[in-house]
Write a protein that binds this ligand. Structure first.
Ligand code: DC
Length: 487
């Protein structure tokens, strides 16, 4: 909306750093959108500093600045165009609850701007997190071919989140306003150290400094629904008045690094995309299927009967099983000093593994091991029961699937690449269906989409498209501020 400052400069810089091919152009739009101001709000007085905006945009590498008039965007008047209604659940909390119609106005204009410009990439600040979430949902729901990227909040040297509206603050109010970021930071630190958040206490501290609290809420950063701080990443958001100036700010409350759970049936391409997804985010990659395969291998090696629980338990107790988790490649699996990474992919293991994975003693042993490996977070774990049983508090759960025929084709290519014997597509498809049935019908931790998992059906999608979709989902759940993109 103009009144550009260092926060906007950062968006322009990020746009310049993002590789989009040779024809990339960075466009800055400046449009003070009448639809997003309430009747008593500051539409008339909102900072209009177009000359400065042009200078700042140019200095930071923008190719063009586009500042259309209201008439250009709404040639027939602001009420004669289609408007967007944001789903209720995204606006019942935070600013949506105290600024009725505000986000409908934002969404209506954004759709109009996007359809005129048709950008490949849209860059927005994470400072207005609710706005960013709503625009992500909007782009996703309308199927617009636009990638969206958030940029962490830029603050001044005292910690105050930059905002065009900060120019309204009088000299003495600037000091007072600093209590907001300070107390948010303190709250995040307390939660990290295991203390509970007391919102009433936070509110009275802010009020004591003369700040008039509009809301203090803790919400899930993706669905924007109230949640208690605890095991999952949670956003603590505050809106208040400092004198006549309305300020918003937030922090993320977390006790560990993020965990991503990727589940789905055999052959859905999980390993390939998950490994690359983890690499691009600098997260550890854990292929739990390889663990079940390793245990299957030892059972087969030692000729243990599948119903001989005592012998299996003894072997599990004495098993020296090591998973060399590497951020860059497939994990190496060592069993009793032997590298079994390749052999565990053989047809004979593949045929037996689901039967081994049904066994409660095996599941208990491996689940405990997986939880230990993910204790501090910073991990992407892939399997069948990660979101439902191993890490039910994962910040992001994805259920990757594809039709059985598509999966058979992929498995065939994979086996060929590994130099292993390749059965016919028909045989592969029936093996896959049989494994699906076994995995989904077992009593303990069956293959099942977690209630809060997001399903991606990958038929017709290439690897890059799936990874892009997963990265978008990651950053709509876990802000750049918490886990920046490293690719
Ligand atoms: O993903 P994969 O094909 O390598 O997995 C091998 C088998 O291991 C699969 O048929 C089911 C089982 N498995 C499981 O039960 N739970 C997991 N978390 C991962 C795999």
């Amino acid at each position: 909306m103009g009144g550009l400052h260092k926060g906007h400069a950062e968006l322009i810089k990020v746009a310049n750093q993002t590789s989009l091919g040779e024809s990339k152009r960075v466009l800055v739009s400046v449009f003070i959108n009448p639809l997003q101001f309430g009747p008593k709000e500051d539409f008339e007085s909102y900072p209009r500093t177009l000359n400065n905006d042009c200078n700042l945009a140019q200095k930071n590498g923008a190719d063009a600045i586009w500042a259309p008039s209201v008439n250009e965007i709404f040639p027939n008047g602001i009420n004669s165009h289609f408007s967007i209604k944001v789903p209720k659940h995204l606006t019942t909390h935070l600013c949506g609850s105290c600024r009725p119609g505000h986000f409908d106005g934002v969404a209506s204009v954004i759709v109009r701007l996007l359809s005129l410009v048709k950008p490949k990439l849209l860059i927005l600040g994470e400072k207005d997190w609710q706005q960013l979430v709503i625009i992500r949902h909007l782009i996703d729901d309308l199927g617009l071919p636009i990638h969206i990227k958030g940029v962490p909040t830029i603050r001044d040297k005292h910690g105050l989140a930059l905002s065009s509206r900060n120019s309204y603050l009088k000299a003495n109010e600037k000091e007072t306003a600093l209590h907001l970021p300070r107390l948010l930071k303190e709250s995040a630190k307390d939660v990290k150290n295991g203390l509970f958040l007391n919102k009433e206490k936070l509110s009275s501290k802010l009020e004591k400094y003369g700040l008039k609290v509009e809301y203090i809420e803790t919400v899930d950063p993706y669905q924007l629904q109230p949640m208690k701080e605890g095991k999952q990443l949670c956003m603590l958001a505050v809106a208040l008045k400092c004198g006549e100036t309305r300020l918003i700010d937030h922090t993320f409350l977390m006790t560990h690094q993020p965990i991503v759970a990727i589940d789905g049936p055999a052959g859905a391409g999980k390993s390939t995309v998950t490994r690359e997804f983890a690499r691009r985010l600098g997260l550890l990659y854990l292929d739990t299927g390889a663990m079940y395969r390793a245990v299957t291998w030892i059972i087969q090696e030692k000729n243990i009967e599948l119903n001989d629980d005592d012998a299996i338990q003894i072997n599990l107790n004495n098993l020296d099983i090591k998973f060399e988790v590497s951020p860059n490649g497939p994990q190496t699996v060592w069993v009793n000093g032997q590298d079994v990474s390749n052999i565990i992919r053989s047809q004979s293991i593949t045929k037996l593994v689901s039967k081994v994975a049904c066994k409660p003693i095996v599941r208990e042993y491996l689940t405990t091991m997986q939880r230990r490996m993910g204790e501090d977070g910073g991990i992407v774990a892939e399997g069948r029961d990660i979101g439902t049983a191993v890490f039910p508090h994962a910040e992001l759960k994805i259920f990757l699937t594809a039709s059985a025929s598509e999966r058979a084709k992929r498995r065939s290519i994979d086996l060929k690449q590994r130099g292993l014997p390749v059965p016919s597509l028909k045989d592969l498809e029936s093996q896959i269906t049989e494994r699906d049935n076994l995995d989904s019908s077992r009593d303990i931790a069956p293959l099942k989409k977690a209630e809060d998992a997001i399903e991606i059906i990958t038929d017709g999608m290439n690897i890059e498209a799936v990874i892009t979709k997963m990265l978008n989902l990651f950053h709509s759940h876990i802000p750049e501020e918490v886990w920046p993109t490293t690719y």
